[in-house]
Design a protein around this ligand. Structure first.
Ligand code: ACO
Length: 364
C-alpha cells in the first residue's frame, strides 16, 4: 500500500470535474470567459443582471432577459427583507462573516419552489442588515426599482450613493460572478450532485469561500497595506514577511500562471471611480515590489497579482467595511453558484472521488 500522491494530485490540479457552459479559465494565457465573453468585454457592456441572466440561462436552459432578472431580484430583495426577523436571530453575537453564514443557512424555498433569485436577492439584504447592526442601526429596506448593485450599496452604506460608485460595484459584481471550478463552486457542485437543494449547495459554497486562500483574502490584503503604511516600509515589511514564510494575500493563483485578468478589470474600475479613498500609486508600488520579491523567492513558480488585491482596494474605496468583503464577494458569486448547482443537477452525476489509503492495514 502506502502509495504517495503528488502535491498536484492532492490539490486536484487540472482535473476536470464537470462539463460546463458557464465559464472558462485559461491559466496560461490569463483569460477568463464568462458565458461566452471575455471578462473585460463583459464588464464594459453588461450589468450584473445581464450576466446573471446569461449564467442562469446556461445553467437551467431558460431564456430569461436582463429585465426578467432585474425584476425577480428586486422582488426577492423585498421578500428577504420581510424575512429578516426569522433569519437574524441565528446570527446574534457573531461577526459579519459568520453571521452571514448562519443567516443564509436559514433561507428556504418559497411556496414549495427553490428559486435562484431567492438566494441572490437575499444575499445583499442579509449583508446590509449585518453591517447596519454592527453600527447599531436598523436594517435599510431595499428598493426593488433600482439595480442590484445600487441597492446593495444603499443597504450597506446608507441612503446616498453616487452613480459612479454604483458603476464600480457593478463592474466588481460582473468581474467576480463566476470563475470556473474554483473551490467554492466545486463545493457547491459536489453538494448539488447529491441532489441536495440549492440552499444547501450555496451555503456550502459560501463556507468554502470564507478561507483566506480563496474569498477571505481581501480583508487581509487591506491589513497588509495598512501594516506597510509608507513607501519606505514596503521593502523591509515584504522581505520580513517572506523570510518568515508567510503567504502574501492577493498574490498567486492555482490556475493562472500570468496576471489574473480580473485584476486589470478592477484596476480600471477603481481609476474610473476617481476617488480620494484609494491610494492607487501606493498600492501599485506595493504590488510591483511584491511581484518582484515573489519572482526572486520562487523563480520557477509564477506568482502574480490575483483578483483579491484590487478587490480590497475597490471595496474599501466604496467605504464598504472590510469585515463585509467576503459576504459582498458571495453576493456576486451567488449568481455563478446557483447556475452551477442547477447545471450540476441537470447534467452531472454524483461527484464521488476516491482517496489513497496510507494508513495502517489490519493485521489479519
Ligand atoms: N505569497 C508567498 N508565497 C506564495 C504565495 C503567496 N501569495 N502563493 C504561493 N506561494 C508559494 C508557496 O508558499 C509555495 O512555496 P514553496 O514551494 O516554497 O512551498 C509556492 O509558492 C507554490 O505554491 P503552490 O502550492 O503551488 O500554490 P497553490 O496553488 O497551492 O496556492 C493560492 C494558490 C492558495 C492562491 C496561493 O497562491 C496563496 O495562498 N495566495 C495568497 C492568498 C490569496 O491571495 N488568495 C486569493 C486567491 S484568488 C481567489 O480565490 C478568489
Amino acid at each position: 500500500m502506502n502509495m504517495l500522491l503528488t502535491k498536484s494530485q492532492i490539490g486536484l490540479d487540472g482535473v476536470p470535474a464537470a462539463e460546463t457552459v458557464l465559464s472558462h479559465v485559461d491559466g496560461e494565457r490569463g483569460e477568463l470567459i464568462i458565458a461566452g465573453e471575455h471578462v473585460a468585454d463583459l464588464a464594459g457592456k453588461s450589468g450584473f443582471e445581464g450576466v446573471t441572466a446569461r449564467l442562469w440561462n446556461g445553467g437551467t436552459g431558460t431564456t430569461l432577459s436582463e429585465a426578467n432578472v432585474r425584476a425577480s431580484l428586486g422582488a426577492a430583495r423585498e421578500r428577504a427583507f420581510a424575512r429578516l426577523p426569522d433569519l437574524l436571530p441565528a446570527t446574534r453575537g457573531m461577526s459579519i462573516v459568520d453571521g452571514f453564514r448562519a443567516a443564509i443557512a436559514g433561507l428556504r424555498g418559497e411556496n414549495g419552489l427553490e428559486h435562484e433569485a431567492t438566494i441572490v436577492g437575499a444575499f445583499p439584504v442579509i449583508a446590509g442588515a449585518l453591517v447596519q447592526r454592527a453600527k447599531g442601526h436598523d436594517p435599510i429596506a431595499p428598493d426593488a426599482n433600482i439595480s442590484h448593485a445600487a441597492d446593495t450599496l444603499r443597504m450597506l452604506r446608507g441612503l446616498k450613493v453616487e452613480p459612479r460608485e454604483v458603476a464600480a460595484l457593478d463592474a466588481y459584481f460582473v468581474t467576480v460572478c463566476d470563475h470556473g471550478m474554483n473551490a467554492s463552486t466545486f463545493t457547491t457542485r459536489v453538494i448539488a450532485s447529491t441532489q441536495a437543494d440549492l440552499f444547501a449547495a450555496v451555503t456550502g459554497g459560501y463556507c468554502a469561500l470564507t478561507g483566506p486562500l480563496h474569498g477571505g483574502a481581501p480583508e487581509p490584503v487591506l491589513e497588509m497595506l495598512d501594516a506597510i503604511g509608507t513607501r519606505e516600509r514596503i521593502k523591509p515589511w515584504v522581505d520580513d514577511a517572506l523570510a518568515r514564510g508567510e503567504r502574501l494575500m492577493g498574490f498567486g493563483h492555482r490556475v493562472y500562471r500570468v496576471r489574473d485578468p480580473r485584476a486589470d478589470v478592477l484596476k480600471v474600475a477603481i481609476e474610473r471611480l476617481e476617488t480620494d479613498g484609494a491610494d492607487l500609486p501606493f498600492a501599485g508600488e506595493v504590488e510591483a515590489y511584491i511581484r518582484a520579491a515573489l519572482r526572486r523567492k520562487n523563480p520557477d513558480r509564477p506568482l502574480e497579482t490575483n483578483v483579491e488585491f484590487f478587490t480590497a482596494i475597490l471595496l474599501d474605496a466604496l467605504a464598504i467595511p472590510r469585515q463585509a468583503f467576503t459576504p459582498i464577494f458571495a453576493t456576486a458569486r451567488a449568481a455563478g453558484w446557483t447556475a452551477h448547482a442547477r447545471e450540476q443537477q441537470r447534467t452531472g452525476r454524483l461527484i464521488r472521488p476516491s482517496s489513497s489509503y496510507v494508513g495502517v492495514m489490519p493485521k489479519s
